[in-house]
Structure formats: structure tokens, C-alpha cells
Design a protein around this ligand. Structure first.
Ligand code: ACM
Ligand code: ZN
Length: 556
């Protein structure tokens, strides 16, 4: 008996199969293949970026196992298989080795991430670790459900360095996301260097203090800001591209432009003066739609943006252009009035939407002439949206459903499921201060993007994205806490067929993901394990919770 035990304990045990997002088809059988000091064979037909991706995997394996790999057959082979789709891959592990097949960079990147998640979590770290460095015998065939699998980041309300942004891209890579929506312009700060308009970085990138929490009259008195040079943004584009991720920049227009107006007040309806905004919300001041210099400005900005970002899509914002309570400058502007007359727009509640439609369509035509397409927040649907635009549904799912029913492509980013600035626990006194809402990881996981859509309309859903606005997020530790593990739940919404999703299986896999995130040095929330907030305080008992909730107003 003892002898049997000793033998079985000596046998290396593969990590339990806890890959997120769960691959489409997986068969795991008894047995394990040792990869410490393994031979690696890379098909010379792989393109340069695919070879580089494999190289990163091999280097992680060597670091974590502390053993050099050899080149040659009989270990792990990476093979080009042109019959697979660009994001598809297969992995077969048997006694005589592991064979990985894909046709393009994304397939190889995802195969490497699946291999890493099948290994001990230390493969994601930067130190040698003692562990069972074996892959389970398995046969995997995998490809994503949606082509667009996005994650957004707001570097305007609070600024994230190039290194912090790369870490964000690293964790997106680990969970097989492929679009990084970079929200680069805002009322509170302009972050994109534009050579034709140098005051955007000299003036618009800096604000004179920031409101404290939601005390709207307050200001912390600390000058705040920053921007990315064009070289830095190109560095992010290249870094993401090596990982199969396309960066989609957003130039939010005609609203959310106060920072630009502070530098170029002549582009606003009143001529200013304006200040880079120091509080949150919907600012009343926007670009004047009746001034040709505004279009000259936007075309110059978009021209430089297109030079930095090779993405098929450019996001032109379009959200929250109008603050009804604070007044709409377009209603009192002779230039806007003249433009409305020229366009035959009649006075009335829809007039401002038709004028916004004109601005959107003009930018869309300009970008189309340069071979690009637009994405706009769902407000662009109000009035008449020109064909060919893609709608990003954020005010719940209804904008996306309406867009798809009208024949527009849509990307689903509903705040009801995918706004990662919302609280993930109900014990707000233990959470870092936030905007509001309640979005636990299980609710993110429960999102089904085709709900409410006919089969014909489903074809217009390009994919799914979560958004991370940073009004109340001041540190990378807090940013990562809001992102994780909700982004892991998002990854299954984006990747897995609906019938492959299973919250109990996902939840059981989270322990391995937490070990991976620890190895990566990423912070994450343990709310779903009953440890609440950045300092992971124990959750209340159900009775204590009832008492706590009864005392609070849990609305917005
Ligand atoms: C948005 O959250 N204003 C798109
Ligand atoms: Zn105007």
C-alpha cells in the first residue's frame, strides 16, 4: 500500500483543467507530458509575429521551469495549418509530445495562452518555480464565438502610463481579448499628441485640480494631467498587435470636448473662455457645429489619429452631447442656427439630434474616404444615422437591438452588465469609493448578447466589450481591482458558445485564475469569495447584510 502511494505521489500531476475562457472542444485523458527542458520545433512557415509569440511562450517556460528548451522534434511542435480560421487553433498532447496548429498570429497567441493556463500558474510569473511542469494528455479544438472581443480604458479622467497600459494589454491577452478601445479625449483631459494643434498637449492635457468624490463644489487643488506622444501611442499599437490585439482610438465628438475648447476656445459656440473641466458629468459646452474651423480641426486630429492607429475602425464618440439642464449652446448660436437653416433642419426637439447626425455623417464620410469605418456610442442612432456606421450600445442593450434591427452593425457594451466602474459588492463601506451601481462577477457572466434579437439581427452583433471609466479610480491597484476577475467573466461571454457557459465550472476555475493573476502581479477583487474591498475584509453575515442594506439608499 505504502509502495503504491509513493509511486503515485511521485508521478507528476497536471494542473486541473481550469482554462478561462473554456475552449470549444476539450478531451482530457489520463497521463501527462513533461515540458521542463522540452524540445521545441517551430514550423518555418510561421510569420514573424507568430514566431515571436511562440518565442514569448518558450521564454516564459524557460524562466518558470528554470530549464532551457532544446530545438527539435518530440517535444512541443508549432505547425502552420492553413485550413484553420485566423483565430482558431488545435492542441494535441500525447505520450510522444504536444502539437499546436494554427493558421495565423491570433490562433498561435491563443494556443500559447491555453498551454500556459494548463500549466502551473507560475508560468505567468518572472521567477523559477518548483512545480509539476507537465501538460495533461488532451485534444483541444478552439475558436471564439465573437470576432470583436473588446476592453475599453479611460486614461482621461485618470491617467495611466504606457507601462500600466501594457500590463492592461497583457491581462487582456491572457484571456484572449482582441480589441483595445482607448478613450483618448475628454472634458477633463486630452491625452493624444496632435502635431497640428500643439495646445492640445500644452493646455488641454492638464486640469487645475479635481473634484473630491461627489462633492461637486470641491477641488483638491492638485494640478493633474499627462499625455501620450505619437511615438508612445505607436509603441502601444505595436505591443498590442504582437498579441493579436487591435487598438481602436476614440476621439469623442461633438461633446466631451471641453479640454480641447480650453486650448482653442474659438471652436465653441460662445468663444469661451473655457477651462479643462475639474468635475465629472456631462459638460454643457461642446464643439460648434456651424463653424468650418471645427471640421478643419477634427479632420486634422483624425488624420493624425489614422497615421498612429491602423485599425479598420475609428471611434468618434457621440455620447452625451447635450446637457438639457445646463443649457445647449447650439440653441443660442448664430453659426449653428445658420447651419441648421442650410441643412433644412426645422426647430423642435429633434433639431439638435439632426445637427449631431450631420457632424457624425461628415466625419464618417471623411474617414470612409481614407478607408476607415466609424463606431459611435448609441446616441448616434437618434435622428438619422448614415449607413455603414457601427453602434456601440452602452445605455443598456436597447440601442444595440435597435441598431441591429435597422441593419447597422453593433457592439454590445451595456452598462447593465459591462460597466466595470460599477461596484462589485453591496458593502459599499468596504469598497473603494465608486460611481455607483452593483455589478458582481456572476452578473457579468450571465450576459447573453443575443437576448432580444431575431436571427437576422444577431448577424449584426460584431461582439462584446466592457468599459472601464476612471472618474473614481486613482491607482493601478484600484484599476486592476475593478477589472478583475470581471474581465475573465467577460472573456467567456465573448469567447464561449452559450451552451458552453457554466457559472459553477467558471467559478471553480477562478482559483487557478487568481493564482495566475498573483503570478502576473495583478490586483483583483475577491468579493466573489466573501473578501470585500482592496483590503479584503470579511463579508457580513446574511443577517448583518440585511440590516446594513435596510439603512442605505441603493439607487443611483
Ligand atoms: C458613456 O458611458 N458615456 C458612453
Ligand atoms: Zn455653434
Amino acid at each position: 500500500m505504502l509502495a503504491v502511494l509513493a509511486v503515485s505521489c511521485a508521478k507528476p500531476q497536471p494542473q486541473a483543467f481550469q482554462v478561462i475562457p473554456m475552449p470549444a472542444d476539450v478531451t482530457v485523458t489520463d497521463g501527462a507530458f513533461c515540458v521542463k527542458g522540452v524540445a521545441v520545433a517551430v514550423d518555418s512557415a510561421l510569420d514573424e509575429l507568430s514566431q515571436k509569440a511562440v518565442g514569448r511562450f518558450v521564454s516564459a517556460l524557460e524562466t518558470a521551469t528554470g530549464a532551457k528548451t532544446k530545438s527539435g522534434e518530440g517535444g512541443i511542435s508549432f505547425v502552420l495549418n492553413a485550413s484553420l480560421a485566423p483565430e482558431q487553433y488545435t492542441i494535441n498532447v500525447k505520450a510522444d509530445g504536444a502539437v499546436v496548429e494554427a493558421s495565423a498570429l491570433n490562433g498561435f497567441v491563443y494556443a500559447c495562452e491555453t498551454l500556459k493556463q494548463m500549466l502551473p500558474a507560475a508560468i505567468y510569473g518572472s521567477a523559477k518555480a518548483k512545480a509539476d511542469w507537465v501538460l495533461p494528455y488532451c485534444s483541444i479544438q478552439d475558436q471564439p464565438r465573437f470576432a470583436y472581443r473588446g476592453m475599453h480604458l479611460d486614461p482621461c479622467r485618470h491617467f495611466w502610463t504606457i507601462e500600466e497600459t501594457k500590463r492592461y494589454i497583457d491581462v487582456m491577452t491572457a484571456y484572449k481579448l482582441n480589441r483595445f478601445h482607448w478613450h483618448l479625449t475628454e472634458d477633463q483631459g486630452w491625452r493624444m499628441e496632435i502635431k497640428a494643434y500643439p495646445k492640445l498637449t500644452e493646455v488641454s492635457a492638464w486640469r487645475n485640480g479635481t473634484v473630491i468624490k461627489k462633492d461637486w463644489g470641491s477641488n483638491d487643488g492638485i494640478r493633474y494631467g499627462g499625455f501620450y506622444t505619437q511615438e508612445q501611442m505607436k509603441e502601444i499599437v505595436a505591443y498590442a498587435a504582437e498579441r493579436g490585439i487591435t487598438v481602436i482610438p476614440e476621439v469623442d465628438l461633438p461633446g466631451h470636448m471641453v479640454a480641447a475648447l480650453a486650448a482653442y476656445p474659438e471652436l465653441g459656440c460662445t468663444g469661451g473662455p473655457y477651462e479643462v473641466w475639474t468635475r465629472w458629468g456631462v459638460a454643457p459646452d461642446i464643439l460648434c457645429a456651424g463653424n468650418e474651423d471645427v471640421y478643419k480641426f477634427l479632420e486634422a486630429v483624425l488624420t493624425e489619429a489614422m497615421d498612429i492607429f491602423p485599425s479598420e475602425y475609428i471611434h468618434i464618440g457621440g455620447d452625451e452631447a447635450f446637457n438639457e439642464e445646463m443649457g445647449i449652446p447650439w440653441d443660442h448660436c448664430p453659426k449653428c442656427a445658420a447651419k441648421m437653416r442650410e441643412l433644412g433642419i426645422k426647430k423642435g426637439p429633434m433639431a439638435k439630434h439632426y445637427l449631431q447626425n450631420y457632424v457624425t455623417a461628415r466625419m464618417q464620410a471623411f474617414l470612409n474616404q481614407h478607408g476607415r469605418k466609424i463606431i459611435g456610442w448609441d446616441e448616434v442612432l437618434e435622428g438619422n444615422l448614415a449607413p455603414g456606421a457601427t453602434v456601440m450600445s452602452w445605455r443598456g442593450v436597447k440601442g444595440g437591438i435597435e441598431a441591429a434591427n435597422k441593419g447597422f452593425d453593433a457592439i454590445m457594451t451595456p452598462n447593465s452588465y459591462l460597466y466595470f466602474d460599477y461596484y462589485q459588492g453591496q458593502e459599499r463601506d468596504k469598497e473603494p469609493f465608486g460611481i455607483g451601481g452593483y455589478l458582481p462577477v456572476e452578473k457579468v457572466y450571465s450576459y447573453e448578447p443575443f437576448d432580444g434579437l431575431t436571427p437576422a439581427a444577431q448577424k449584426h452583433i460584431l461582439g462584446v466589450q466592457a468599459n472601464l471609466w476612471t472618474e473614481y479610480i486613482l491607482t493601478p491597484e484600484h484599476l486592476e481591482y475593478m477589472l478583475l476577475p470581471r474581465m475573465c467573466a467577460l472573456s467567456e461571454v465573448q469567447w464561449c458558445a452559450a451552451d458552453k457557459k457554466d457559472y459553477a465550472r467558471f467559478d471553480a476555475s477562478l482559483d487557478h485564475t487568481f493564482a495566475i493573476l498573483d503570478a502576473m502581479g495583478m490586483n483583483y477583487s475577491l468579493d466573489c469569495r466573501g473578501l470585500i474591498g482592496l483590503d479584503r475584509q470579511p463579508a457580513r453575515t446574511p443577517e448583518q447584510m440585511e440590516e446594513y442594506l435596510a439603512k442605505k439608499d441603493w439607487g443611483w
